[in-house]
Design a binder for this molecule. Structure first.
Ligand SMILES: Nc1ncnc2c1ncn2[C@@H]1O[C@H](COP(=O)(O)OP(=O)(O)OP(=O)(O)O)[C@@H](O)[C@H]1O
Length: 228
């Protein structure tokens, strides 16, 4: 695992609407079920998440955590039920509303042949955001990648790849973070940094849905969805 220090904190973009009164239940989940083959992974999942709330989805390997997170951001269709973001069906969001969601999957989705800086720039381009070089460099510095911004990702350690993926949180304004196993491969200092980041984001009114097989003691009190 990577043991490099995590760099100085930068000012991450505040969630859109930070500071304004937020309606309750921005993310609404109703009657979700999912089947894989002849197996029901989960059923009857209903809940509502409001500004500042953290949801911890837990369960054994194969219980359906990743599948559920993908359903929450509209990447996978459930067998039954629906997900709404600010009242709109998640799979039919307009572009501006879609940009309020930021998903970091457990496979890092970083391009091996590109550098961390290029990966961050492409990520922003795909979201329709204008990349700001200074902010991108600050984000990579904060994520502990100072000095490695221009090295192709294939030469980086697992922890550094993870940090590259997580640096997206620092450049993209979003209202909802969906983080699948964000702690994987992170060393202790990076875990502490990420926990601080998540706590600050929740205080500013962001919403976070996350999974982890590691302890999340150190994060603000979560709501828990247990798929077992
Ligand atoms: N597209 C798919 N087609 C068929 N089966 C799938 C598909 N996606 C996931 N599965 C199956 O659904 C089950 C749940 O997978 P999922 O990745 O959601 O579990 P998980 O709870 O995130 O597991 P882990 O803790 O191991 O990451 C697994 O048995 C997996 O093989």
């Amino acid at each position: 695992m990577d043991t490099g220090p995590v760099g100085r904190a930068t000012t991450a973009p505040s969630p859109p609407h930070a500071g304004k009164a937020a309606p309750r239940g921005e993310l609404e989940i109703a009657g979700l079920s999912c089947r894989r083959g002849d197996q029901t992974l989960f059923s009857g999942v209903s809940l509502s998440l409001a500004s500042g709330e953290l949801l911890f989805v837990r369960g054994r390997n194969g219980s359906g955590k990743t599948t559920l997170l993908r359903i929450l951001c509209g990447l996978t269709e459930p067998a039954t039920g629906e997900v709404r973001w600010r009242g709109q069906p998640i799979r039919r969001l307009e572009e501006a509303a879609r940009r309020e969601l930021l998903y970091v999957g457990h496979r890092d989705a970083v391009k091996e042949e590109l550098t961390p800086l290029e990966n961050l720039d492409i990520h922003q381009g795909l979201r329709g955001e204008r990349g700001d070089l200074e902010r991108q460099l600050d984000a990579l510095e904060e994520a502990g990648l100072g000095g490695r911004e221009d090295i192709p990702v294939r030469y980086l350690s697992q922890g550094q790849r993870r940090r590259t993926a997580l640096a997206r949180l620092l450049v993209s304004p979003a209202r909802l973070w969906i983080l699948d196993e964000p702690l994987t491969a992170l060393d202790r200092s990076a875990v502490a940094w990420l926990f601080e980041r998540i706590a600050a984001y929740l205080r500013e009114g962001g919403i976070v849905v996350t999974t982890s097989h590691q302890s999340i003691d150190g994060l603000p009190e979560p709501r828990i969805l247990d798929l077992d």
